[in-house]
Design a protein around this ligand. Structure first.
Ligand SMILES: [Zn+2]
Length: 98
């Protein structure tokens, strides 16, 4: 009985592996150009995603300096001299005050 339960599980794993192996082989047999396009798209997405998250982390981690502030309207970090007035949410720069 125990062996019966184990057998299907093994087959499931094998199926998944063989399907992935087929995915790589089938386009190659059909046409080299199609294979290149298929392989390029997922790779590009992954790279772009990694790059964007890196940039976002950089911006979030960087705190405003003592003589700087983050405008609550345009969300840009500006020098203190650019503060026009303070609102409940925080400082507003001169450009956004107009
Ligand atoms: Zn602003």
């Amino acid at each position: 009985m125990a062996t019966d339960y184990d057998a299907p599980r093994k087959n499931d794993t094998d199926d998944t592996e063989s399907i992935e192996a087929l995915k790589e082989r089938v386009p190659d047999k059909l046409s080299g150009a199609v294979d290149a396009e298929d392989a390029d798209n997922p790779g590009g997405f992954e790279l772009a995603g990694a790059d964007l998250s890196d940039m976002e982390l950089d911006v979030v981690v960087l705190p405003p300096q003592d003589d700087e502030f983050t405008c609550v309207s345009c969300f840009l970090v500006k020098h203190r001299s650019q503060v026009d007035h303070e609102e409940k949410l925080g400082p507003v720069c001169k450009e956004c005050a107009f």
